[in-house]
Design a protein. Structure first.
Length: 204
């Protein structure tokens, strides 16, 4: 399963000059955790997350901090006003052909909730943790149907194959002419979102 199979495209994104308040509105409206930041040529220049937008922006309530000294309540400088001032410029990215397993591992390792997908410098999609999780909860019928569709598109007349799916494990039963055909069948089945393992059962 590759990034292109589950990524969201086109991507809702913002520009460096976008006001922080507007970016916050886009995040909350769409229930995103982060937004890619692109320039006028759709080149990725950063990413802005929820934490970036709220940092140093929510004033303290003096009723909750009556113990503070007077010096702690002095007026502070206005927080940054644009996305370009608060965004993260070093971004973890992957390509459309990236293995989703590698994307999930990268998310865990780097504590990120979404990974922009790029083709060269251009943003072409984004994969979130929710996208990865959705592949884990697809119904068995939906997974089996997708595998059948891909096998039929590849094999054409090999309609006698049976496909079953159960909790991410796909079983393909049928006649296979050789080992190369088996490898192709396994590769096609594994490219379907929600497939973890593939078993081949040849008919006598």
């Amino acid at each position: 399963m590759r990034a292109r199979d589950i990524m969201t495209s086109p991507v809702i994104c913002v520009r460096p000059e976008t006001p922080v308040r507007e970016a916050a509105s886009v995040l909350t409206k769409n229930r995103f955790a982060a937004l890619p930041v692109v320039d006028e040529d759709s080149r990725l220049v950063g990413i802005v997350a929820e934490a970036d937008l709220i940092r140093d922006r929510i004033p303290t309530d003096p009723r909750a901090h009556i113990w503070r000294a007077d010096g702690d309540n002095v007026e502070k400088e206005a927080p940054p006003g644009t996305v370009g001032e608060v965004m993260t410029k070093t971004v973890t990215v992957m390509t459309p052909s990236a293995d989703v397993a590698d994307i999930a591992e990268r998310m865990v390792e780097r504590h990120v909730r979404s990974v922009p997908i790029v083709d060269g410098p251009r943003l072409v999609g984004i994969v979130s943790r929710q996208d990865v999780l959705r592949t884990m909860v697809r119904t068995n019928d939906a997974v089996a149907a997708d595998v059948r569709q891909r096998l039929c598109a590849y094999a054409g007349s090999w309609r006698s194959w049976e496909v079953e799916a159960a909790d991410g494990v796909v079983t393909v039963r049928g006649e296979l002419p050789d080992d190369d055909a088996k490898r192709v069948v396994v590769a096609l089945a594994q490219s379907v979102p929600g497939v973890n393992r593939v078993h081949i059962q040849e008919r006598p």
